[in-house]
Structures are given as C-alpha cells and as structure tokens.
Design a protein around this ligand. Structure first.
Ligand SMILES: [Zn+2]
Length: 484
C-alpha cells in the first residue's frame, strides 16, 4: 500500500475541515470529529510460524484445521516477509521480493531469498526493510526508530517478552540498534543501559542450563550483557557496569531495573501484586523456556537429535516446572505497563517455535505453538477485563515461515501440497518438512481492536492461494501514522 495515498486522504479531510471553519466563521466552529487512535498496541509474533504450523497444531489440539481464537479476528490477512537484502552464498544481495506466480508454480521457489528474524523483526518494529542480520538499522547501518521508541516519545511505556534469550533477534529489533544480530552482549547492554523500556522478560540466565538446572559456574553472560551488569542487576543498582540507566518517569532521576528470576515472582506480577515501574525478568533457564529441554545441542544448522518419538501433550506435562510459561510472563508485563495512564506498546514473542522448526521437531513445534496460543488467549482475556477493543489494538502474526511444512508431496504434481491432510485429535499430523531453514512463504496475519480495520487498506497485493496480503513493513507504518 502506498502510504502517501493514505496521508493524502487524511490531509484532504483536514483541508476540508479548515475550509469549513473559514466559511462558517470563527464564532461557530463545527463540531470536530476526534480521531480515535490506539492507547495500547500489542504485537504477538510466533517466530517461524506459517499457516501449516497453525493447521498442524489445530489438528493435534482439535482434530480440525482451525480453532484458535485469533483465527476469528475481524482482520485476517497474509503477510510477505522478504528482506531488502538476503544471502546469496556469502554475499548480501538485493532481494527479488515475493512472486505469487513462482511460489505456486515452482515448489523450490520459497527455499531461497528468505528473511532472517533480524531483518523481519526490524521491518515489523520500524516499518522499513533492511538486510539479513540487521537489528534496528537500515541497509547502510543507520539506526531506525522503532515502535518502542515511538511509544515512549508519546509518554507511553514499552516492553518486550520472549520465550528465548532477551537479546535474541526478535526482541532486540524492538529495542536496540546494531549492525549484527550476533553481538548479543552489545545488544543486551543497549537494551538495559540505553533504552527507556519498562519491561524486558525472557531467557539467557547465566547460571542455569537448558533443563533449568543450576550451574556452579556461569555459562555465558553474553545474553544479559556481561558479568558486571549481572552483579549490578542483582544489587538493584542504577548504574550497570559504570553506566547510568535511563530515567523513564521524566523526573531526571535514573530508574533502576527490578530483577526477577523466580517463577513465583513472575506469577505475582501476573496477579498484579507489587508492580514495579521497571522490571527485567530472566527465567532460570539458559536458551529457551522449554524447547531445548533434554537437548542442549542447539545449533541453527545442526539437527538436534531426537531419537524417540515425542508427543506435545507429554512434553507440556513434563515441562521444566521452575520457569514461568509465556502466558504468565505476558500477563505480568501487561500489568506493569498498564500502570502508565497514557498507554503502552508491548511485543510478545513465541521465539522457540522457530527453533523447533529449524530442527524439524514436529512435537516440540506443536508444544511451542500451544504455549504461544495460550499466551494469545491470556492477552485477549486481559484486554477484555482490564482494557477494551476500543482502546487496544492486538496483532498476532509471524516474522517468517520456518521448515517449509507441506503435505507429503515427493514431487507428485497431482497432490495438493499446500494443505496438510486431515488427522485425528491427539495424534501427530502427517506433515512433510522440506527445509531446516526459513522460507519466503507468506505468513498468517490477524488483528483485532481499535484501528485494526485500517490494516485491510494496506492489503493491496493478491496471492494465488492466500488471497490479500500486506507487506511486513506496513503494520509499523500504520502505527507511525496513528501515533505521529
Ligand atoms: Zn529461525
């Protein structure tokens, strides 16, 4: 969608209002229609989730293709995710975009020229395409303003919540600016020292492993900055490694982070007890809340070997009991952010759906989707109890597809490889993984609440199978217009 048409329409309306004012005279101004804009915006990102991830989860949970509450949101679209530049061999080359013709006439088309979570996160957070690996910077490496920074400019609060490390690509793009997603320590310092966020929650605890077991010696401090920062956080200091944290209450006094680690402290926030102004929540686990349990071999491009067959419900039943679930973290974050009467921006990520998909772990992918879906349900409930759809906008989407899930296909052109086959509730669906990496496939996009209908206006491109779709830069572009 060309944003200038949108702007022009707005400006024309404003000009007409001014003309109307002049015609009537100063004494009798016409009643001015107040432009309603969202007080609160929540973006929920299921990292790596395509339509078949949702269908597979629904088949397992309900024995049918759909069933999630967000699937009946008033705005139901798809979204393209290609970056400005993606890898060709070892080089970053300008992307060829997304072609619906190629996507449905060449099975292999979506396997190349795809985004990484950093470029797609930056697009969702800033409204601008960039290169794979970029955290909140443009193709020249210059910082781009993100939605958290925009919200804070408007005297709102901002937060990020994730089921992976706090400084991992997706949460990082909504807070930090770095030329490389791999600079975890620099990114974490940027988030904790330079940002004015009120809430950061996720993983990356230095003293726990992927099973939530305490270590006698720290594994790595990279994901939370460095060892000095960790000690300063433990001591509730307003300086981290010698640098002062930001003032978020506009009184000129730096506001310290309140560090929480225990599951009970996350639950207390979810219950609305003793809400601090600023909270950094690091669950007592290394990389993911649950997905890496019993694996500890995670590497994006090395399959985590799972020898026995697994079941999502069993995985959930036997999950690490000492860490909070994503829905608890989300609810706590909402309660803290809601202290600001001006409203807030919050990004919540189901980050390990992507990790399970990279390793083609069907059961773990479904378990991670279920944790994410539970978090969406909790957010819906929170909005209806503590706010309303007249003041809050909720977006549920993905940053890209991972694993290229299709129906069992094997090159037989008579098979509809787009739609995975029906399967009974409680059994693993009959899917085929065609990649251990991301794809350029369109991803599902759902929205509900104030101004959500404007998103339909941006859906000006048509896919052969998916219908209308937006570009991943457009949700943020809309928010930059609404909160300008
Ligand atoms: Zn990924």
């Amino acid at each position: 969608m060309n944003i200038y048409i949108f702007l022009k329409t707005r400006f024309t309306l404003i000009s007409l209002l001014i003309l109307a004012n002049l015609a009537i005279g100063i004494a009798q101004p016409p009643p001015r229609k107040v432009q309603k804009v969202p007080k609160n915006v929540i973006i929920m990102i299921s990292d790596g989730c395509g339509i078949n991830h949702i269908r597979a989860t629904n088949l397992y949970q309900f024995g049918q293709y759909s069933g999630q509450k967000y699937e009946s949101f008033p705005v139901k679209l798809f979204m393209s995710t290609y970056p400005a530049k993606s890898e060709v061999g070892n080089l970053l080359m300008y992307s060829r975009g997304y072609s619906t013709y190629n996507a449905w006439n060449d099975f292999k088309y979506v396997l190349s020229d795809f985004t990484c979570s950093a470029a797609s996160g930056t697009a969702l957070a800033t409204g601008e395409k960039t290169y794979n690996g970029a955290i909140g910077v443009d193709i020249n490496g210059s910082p781009l303003k993100n939605l958290s920074e925009l919200a804070i400019e408007k005297n709102k609060s901002a937060g990020v919540v994730t089921s992976v490390q706090i400084s991992h690509a997706t949460p990082a793009t909504f807070v930090a600016h770095n030329k490389s997603r791999n600079k975890y320590s620099e990114i974490a310092k940027n988030m904790l020292i330079n940002s004015k966020l009120s809430v950061i929650m996720g993983c990356g605890h230095p003293y726990y492993d992927n099973n939530g077991k305490e270590l006698s010696k720290a594994n790595t401090f990279n994901y939370i900055g460095d060892s000095l920062i960790w000690n300063d956080l433990l001591n509730n200091s307003t300086t981290l490694n010698g640098k002062q944290v930001q003032d978020i209450s506009f009184d000129g006094i730096p506001d310290k982070w309140n560090l929480i680690q225990d599951k009970n402290d996350f639950i207390a926030l979810a219950n609305g007890e003793n809400l601090p102004d600023r909270v950094i929540g690091i669950a007592k686990v290394a990389q993911t809340l649950q997905q890496e349990k019993d694996l500890n071999t995670y590497n994006y491009y090395l399959n985590s070997k799972i020898t026995k067959s697994e079941d999502p419900n069993e995985l959930i039943k036997n999950r690490i009991s000492s860490v909070p679930d994503l829905d608890i973290m989300a609810e706590g974050a909402l309660n803290v952010l809601n202290k600001n009467p001006n409203g807030f921006f919050l990004m919540i990520e189901g980050g390990a759906i992507d990790w399970a998909a990279h390793s083609n772990q069907t059961a773990r992918m479904i378990a991670e989707e279920i944790y994410f879906n539970n978090a969406v349900d909790k957010v819906i409930e929170w909005i209806e109890q503590n706010s309303s759809w007249e003041e809050t906008l909720l977006i549920v989407t993905a940053d890209h597809e991972t694993g290229y899930i299709t129906a069992p296909y094997n090159g037989n052109e008579n098979i509809d490889w787009e739609l995975i086959p029906q399967s009974p509730k409680g059994t693993l669906p009959n899917i085929q993984w065609n990649s251990m990496d991301h794809t350029n496939s369109l991803v599902p996009f759902f929205a509900k609440g104030i101004c959500s209908e404007y998103l339909n206006f941006f859906a000006d491109e048509i896919d052969i199978k998916r219908g209308k779709y937006i570009n991943n830069t457009e949700p943020a572009q809309l928010l930059f217009l609404l909160w300008r």
